[in-house]
Write a protein of this length. Structure first.
Length: 144
């Protein structure tokens, strides 16, 4: 049974994520801070950490970096991280932290389920909803 640690200081966000990704085969452990997330990931040997980027005392980027550091010292298994981002500009932070995936709020249930499945299967997931729509010059001139 995959163990998923869900970290956010927002109870409403935790409820939304749990409602979106819950499955009988997942054990979801909710925590409300970054330090509690790192401790839970180590204690429960989590297969996935889902962390809100913005938390009061230790945000998702710091959680990801701490998990990477702990794994590099063989203090725990390497654990994939899915970051929940607040805005498009946070994509840079997600990539710099080494997170395996990110989803931008407001959360889309389909993207969340795809992201969780991809990371549990050993892959990565990048939410492309932030990307601007390409405008083809030739098509934009047709109407002129």
């Amino acid at each position: 049974m995959p163990v998923i640690i869900l970290a956010s200081d927002s109870a409403a966000l935790r409820r939304e994520v749990v409602a979106t990704i819950s499955r009988p085969e997942y054990q979801i452990i909710e925590v409300s801070s970054g330090p509690a997330c790192v401790a839970a990931a180590k204690t429960h040997e989590a297969e996935l950490v889902i962390s809100d980027l913005q938390m009061s005392n230790m945000g998702g980027m710091a959680v990801t970096l701490e998990l990477r550091l702990e794994a590099s010292y063989d203090q725990m298994l390497a654990t994939p991280v899915l970051l929940l981002l607040d805005r498009r500009a946070d994509v840079l932070l997600a990539r710099r932290s080494g997170a395996e995936g990110f989803v931008i709020k407001p959360l889309d249930p389909l993207r969340m389920r795809r992201a969780v499945a991809a990371l549990l299967d050993g892959g990565t997931y990048e939410d492309t909803s932030f990307a601007p729509s390409p405008v083809l010059v030739a098509e934009s001139l047709k109407g002129a």
